[in-house]
Every structure is written in structure tokens, then in C-alpha cells.
Ligand binder design. Sequence first.
Ligand SMILES: [Zn+2]
Length: 529
Amino acid sequence: MTDGLKLHARGAAFVLICAATVAPLRSAAQERATGSTAREDAAAAAAAAAVITPEDFDRRIRVIADDSMRGRNTPSPELDKTAAWIAEEFSRVGLRGGGDGGGFLQRYPLEAVRLDIAASRVRASSGRELRFGVDVVPLFGAPPDVETTGGVVLVSGSMDVEGTLPESLIAGNHAVVVRDRRRGGLDRSLFRIVGALRAAHAASVSVTDWSDDAGWAAGSARAQRPAVRLADGAQQSGLLLLRVRGASLARLLQPTGVSVDELTARAGQAVRADLVEGLTLTVRTRVTSRPTSAPNVVGILEGRDPRLKDEYVVFSGHMDHVGVGRPDASGDSIYNGADDDASGTVTVIEVARAMAALHPRPRRSMIFLTVSGEEKGLWGSRYFVEHPPVALDRIVADLNADMVGRNWSDTIVAIGKEHSDLGATLARVDAAHPELHMNAIDDRWPQENFYRRSDHFNFARRGVPILFFFNGTHEDYHRPGDEPDKINAEKASRIAKLLFYLGVEIADADRRPQWNPESYRQIVAPGRR
Ligand SMILES: [Zn+2]
């Protein structure tokens, strides 16, 4: 599960309930094979599902989320090791590679970028300068490579701006957000105001930082570390976001007579944007870049129906996590990501094993997909939908599992039920399998926007109906404590079985899953522009 604030920060261009009526319909799975009886089919499915056991689930979680995998950062040698291990699992059960050159790995291009401190600067028309690393640093990550001259607009007052800011004043100028001295960190109000300035076409956005020398030094060191980004040109042309020391800004503005103290004193009053008379800034950033890459793992299981096998059901989970970071109170610095998302990754592997054990095969084909770069901004899934091994309109559904190993033992949230008839299909399959003791419920946290915060969203916005299985966050979310010992493998194995039965149902149905028209208009149509 990716961080919500990060999505806001990127200004991602991608930024509801049918009653779960349990119709007494005969399940397609109950009559899946010509010539066999419903009872025989159900027995075959149950035998295949029995391949999934809590012990196997637990063992695989302990491989992927082991300390030796060092949190599976994107990119990292340990992520590559994880991908190779998953490819081996797929190969062992007889899947065919859907990656590069017929193998299981699909690699996508990244670049490791670093700000060239010496070659970057901010120079005012008054002759005063801000030095990178000393007075100013990137707000996060490496900045885009820019050189631009414009006026200076100071934004002050309440940062809880809901509406827009005057484009005539801001477009082409460098915006400096002068924040209340007590306010630090990256919060939602900051992202809202950055979003408003981006929309008004600011040349750059700087945010004041009032931390003490030690705090600034630590933040500055963090901001200068190399950053990895997609090598797709999108971020290179993005908005330049900087953090500027309050005292350095005061020195820069001193010849103009503008008082930073007066501006910070406006905290709580209505937001205001003021152009500084007679001052222009030339901002130049230079970054150095080195190409790198990261893997997805793609395994394909061929369907048996000559007509429908050209359609695919995708099962997805992200194998990456956030790597090694700030230690917790116990000194543990490895972010194991056992729930996030070794649990979903193992779910994909377990469903693949069960599906490969099912005879006769489902009618449609299936793609088992473990992606990376999810925590960085849904990179791997985005690359996959832009470079799919089969035409994207042949993918009839994506069933994504991200964080399915913690919290309730008998309940799983299925996000996106209301957007397509997959919701009704899930309700039917769930009701047909009371032995799983797993209640698939609606999104409990719509305000958290989880629909847009994991890999299924890249499928949804390109027109593929999805369901997203998710047990909610917890105190170990994106912390070193997300450890294998805390995973309820017995519960997760029942969720994997539910996905298995659901996948069989979707793959065997005469008609592919259908969007609800209003959802299609809201989710897919804007992305197609
Ligand atoms: Zn996450």
C-alpha cells in the first residue's frame, strides 16, 4: 500500500454499493467442464484449493519478508532476489513466462538521480544568492533539471486553501510559501497549497523551513541522497519543489524591504499571494543521472476454451517494500513488509499453485503478476499496463491483494465492489463457500482513498474492472514491526482460497465482467483523455 501523501505530492493525474444480494444462481464453477457433473467440478475445485495451506503460506512469507531481503526496496539486489525466487515458484508449477523474451521477469527502466550541488543555485536580481545544501534543498527526492527566471510571489496566511490561487499573478513566477514557524513537516494543507500553485503554473514552489541547525543539517543530508525515479521523462519536466531556510529567505528579501516576520505573523488569516516589486530569481538545478531498472514477475496459465483463452484474469500483488530506514525503539531498521505486501505476493503464488493443480483448466487464461515500485508510486503496475504481454482489452479483471495477513480473522475488505459486477460475483462465490469463514465487506475507509493507492488502480483507470482485497492498516504500517511473526497465515490462506474460487468463477463465466456505467465514466473516462 502506497502512502496517501505521496500521491498528493506527485499531483497524480490519477487521483459507492450494490447490495450484496446472494442470488440463488448456479455458479459457473459448478458446471465448468462439459461432460462432468456439478458435483465432480466442485470436488475438483476443492481438491485444487486444498493445495493452499497455512503452513505453505507461512513458509513463503518467511522467505520474502526475512531480514535478509532487507525490505525489498525498489531497486535493490534483494528485490531482484525476491523476483528470481518468485519466478522459480511460477516455473515449478508450470506457468509460462509473460515477461521479457518469454522469461518470467519484465524489467522496467529507472534512473538514479542526484542533485549536483555545486552546479545548482538560486540567484536574485539583487545579486544575493541561495546556496543549495546551505540555504535551500529539494523538498524531497531529486528535483527536475531546470533553469528559469521569474518574479517572486510570497504566499502567506492560512495554508488550508480549498480553492484556486490567481493564475495571472503566479504563472511563470517563483512561489515561496511562507509558513507559520510552528508548522513543520509535510502535511495535507501543504500538499493542497502546492497543488493550487502547480495548477496556477508557478515556475517553482519553495516552502519555508524553520528547523534549528541540527534539524536542517539532517534534513539537508536526507534531501541530497540519490533518488530513483521512472525513466519516462514525466518527473524530469515536473514542478520544482524546494525547501528554503526561513533565515536565508529573510536575507534574500532584505534589500526589498519585505519582512518575513510580518508574513509568518499572518498565520491563521486568509491566504494571500503578493508579488515582490522589482525582484526576479533565476533558479538553476542540475542533476546527474545513471540508468537502472527493476523487475515485475509475470507468469501465464493458459485457459482451455479455444475462444475464451485469449482473455485473461490477472492476480496481482506487490513484492517490493520500503527497504531499510529509520530504526524503531528496539533498534530494528529493516522494514520487512510482511503484511505490506509479502502477504499479497504469497497470495498470488498460492492462487497460481492451486490454479495449476485444477483439472480441467479454467476456460479463460490467467496472468499471475508480482510488481515492484508500488511503494514509490505504483511504478511496476503502471509499466505493466503500458507494456502488457497481451492486449490490455483482453484483460477482463484484476484481483489485487495488498495487506491481507493481519487484523480481522474472518473479514476482508473488497474495495471496488460497487464499480462493476465483480462485486455481485464475489458475493455469490463467498456465499457458496461458507467453509472459508471469510466475509468480504465494502470499503470501510472511503475517506482514505485506498481505491487509488495500490496497483489495481493502474488497471482500473485503463478500463480493467478490479477488486482490491485489503485488511486495513495497523500500528506496524510502514514500520520495522511489520514482521512475519505477526502474520495470520491461516486467515491469509483462506483469503487465497477465496481468490482462487473467485478467479475460477470469472474465468469460466460466459460473459466477461462489466463496469457499472457511472463508475466507468468517473474512473476510466478521465484517464483516457
Ligand atoms: Zn505500503
